[in-house]
Every structure is written in structure tokens, then in C-alpha cells.
Design a protein. Structure first.
Length: 308
């Protein structure tokens, strides 16, 4: 198992796009944690008229200011907190719930499994974005309600992934052997099957985090997400759209670019994890490692023969 994870890590960091995505996420996490120290201004301080709608590059305001005179860079930095929380927290909670539902449904393929998956199919009848909008509208605006909405929306998709993998794993010999030795169902599901299901779920969940960032930003854009004065990229883009046609496109474009970069970073990491955890990719890494060892041994033997 240790060798498997070592090969996976090596394969992941050999993927340049995945490595770039990881650097972007680490930078975002750093900014979110140390926003109070990194941001040059208070993100909610409203300035006088002379400092409103300053263009990017203005002395003291690298990214300019919005229509209320607030420093855009500071609001982007503090908005990183909201974006990460609203993306990572729902995905983690949804993944935990989906693991339980997916394993139970895949392992017990009778009435219980059918009931769980038919309930999931009900959610699949609605487009994810429209379902998120409907739930957020019912619960009301606010970060907590947005997180709840995204948890509900993500559970069916993750459950389907876990369910499909568990169906495949349940047919393998090690599961049959566990049953033959009298190992309990819970131990078989969560100690034998779960470790083999987690890699694909982790890769999928990471990709979903990027999609969630865009969805949450969309909810904030239409007024169902984080409410002012809290710095939020979607809300910033929405407020900036009011002055877009007045010659101040940067007010809405800058938070839009931030949303794009962070969501793309999660997607790159998800793709990198998917490739790194692929058995075919791991076999390629083993073959390269073996070939390198053979070449090294061949060079060593050649040098020894030459010296002799």
C-alpha cells in the first residue's frame, strides 16, 4: 500500500498542470488564513468620492477600487475565505454522507440498495444548478444556507460514483474471501471495500469543488448567496456589473478571473489525481522505475568491466 501511494504521489507531481493547480490552491489557502495580515486595507471600509472607481495600477490600490471606494485587492483576498469554505466544506460533508449511502446501496443490492438509488434518481431529475437555486431560495440567502444547498446537490452525484465502484469491488475475490472467513458486513464494507473506492471519489470530489466555486459564485451573483458587506467574489462581480457599461469593467472582471483561476485549479488537481490513482498510470511508473534501475545497473557493470 505504501508503494502504491508513493507511486501515486510521484505520478501526481510529475503532472505539471496538477502541480500548478496545487500551488494555486496552497496560495489561496495561505491568503484565506492570513487575510488580516496580507490585505492592505479593511475590505469593508467605504471611502470618500475621490477614491471611488480608481483604475488598476493606482498608487496604493494595485487592483483599483470599486464604486464604494473599497480596495478590490483586499476584497479579493478576503473573498478567498468565502470561496474556499463554500467549496470545500460542502464537498467534504457530501462525500462522507455519500460514502455511507453508496457503500450500503452497492453492498446490499436488494431492497435497501434500490431504495437509496431511486431516491438519488429523484435529485437527478433536476439540473444541479436549478436545484441549488431552488434550495437556496427556500432556505434564504446566507453562507450557511448556500453550504446546505450545495451539500444536498452534491450528494447524489458522489453517491452514484461510490455505488458504481462498490458494485465492481463486491464481485472481486477478496470480498468473497472475507465473507467465507466470516468477517462482518461492516468490516468488509469499510475496511476492505472502502480503501479501494476512496481514490476515485477523492479525484471526483476535487473536481466537484471547482464546479461548486462557480455555482456558489452564481448564487451570490443573483443575490442568494453571501450577503454584503462580506467580501465574496460572486457578489463583487454582481455589484461590478452595475458599472460595467460605464467604463469600469475591471470591477466585475477581476473577481470573475479569480473565480475562474481557483475553479480551474481544483479541476487541474482533480485531473491529476485521477491520472495518478489510475492503475495503468501506476504500472507505467513502475515500468519506468524498473527501466531506470536496469540502466543504472548496466552502467555500473560497464564501468566495472572497464576498470577491470
Amino acid at each position: 500500500m505504501a508503494e502504491k501511494w508513493k507511486l501515486s504521489c510521484k505520478a501526481f507531481f510529475s503532472d505539471k498542470m496538477a502541480a500548478i493547480g496545487a500551488v494555486i490552491i496552497l496560495l489561496a489557502v495561505f491568503l484565506a488564513i492570513f487575510a488580516n495580515f496580507v490585505a492592505p486595507y479593511d475590505p469593508n471600509t467605504v471611502a470618500e468620492g475621490s477614491t471611488r472607481l480608481l483604475p488598476p495600477g493606482t498608487d496604493g490600490h494595485i487592483l483599483g477600487t470599486d464604486q464604494q471606494g473599497r480596495d478590490i485587492l483586499s476584497r479579493i483576498i478576503f473573498g478567498t475565505q468565502t470561496s474556499l469554505i463554500s467549496a470545500v466544506v460542502p464537498v467534504i460533508i457530501a462525500a462522507v454522507v455519500s460514502i455511507a449511502l453508496g457503500i450500503i446501496a452497492g453492498y446490499y443490492q436488494g431492497f435497501i440498495g434500490s431504495l437509496i438509488m431511486r431516491l438519488m434518481d429523484i435529485f437527478f431529475a433536476f439540473p444541479a444548478v436549478l436545484l441549488a437555486i431552488a434550495i437556496a431560495a427556500i432556505l434564504g440567502p446566507g453562507l450557511l444556507n448556500v453550504i446546505i444547498a450545495m451539500i444536498i446537490v452534491r450528494i447524489p452525484y458522489m453517491t452514484r460514483v461510490v455505488y458504481t465502484d462498490v458494485l465492481q469491488e463486491s464481485q472481486k475475490e477478496y470480498v468473497e474471501a472475507a465473507k467465507a472467513f466470516g468477517i462482518g458486513d461492516l468490516e468488509t464494507m469499510f475496511k476492505q471495500i472502502l480503501p479501494n473506492v476512496l481514490p476515485s471519489l477523492i479525484a471526483y470530489a476535487t473536481t466537484l469543488a471547482g464546479v461548486t466555486i462557480v455555482t456558489v459564485a452564481g448564487l451570490s451573483f443573483i443575490g442568494l448567496g453571501v450577503q454584503p458587506p462580506t467580501a465574496d467574489w460572486g457578489r463583487m462581480a454582481s455589484d461590478g456589473s452595475k458599472v460595467l457599461m460605464q467604463g469600469y469593467p475591471y470591477v466585475t472582471f477581476i473577481p470573475g478571473i479569480a473565480i475562474l483561476i481557483l475553479s480551474f485549479a481544483f479541476s487541474m488537481i482533480g485531473d491529476g489525481l485521477r491520472n495518478a490513482l489510475d492503475p495503468y498510470e501506476q504500472s507505467k511508473m513502475k515500468a519506468k522505475k524498473k527501466l531506470k534501475a536496469e540502466k543504472t545497473a548496466g552502467v555500473s557493470l560497464g564501468q566495472t568491466a572497464k576498470e577491470g
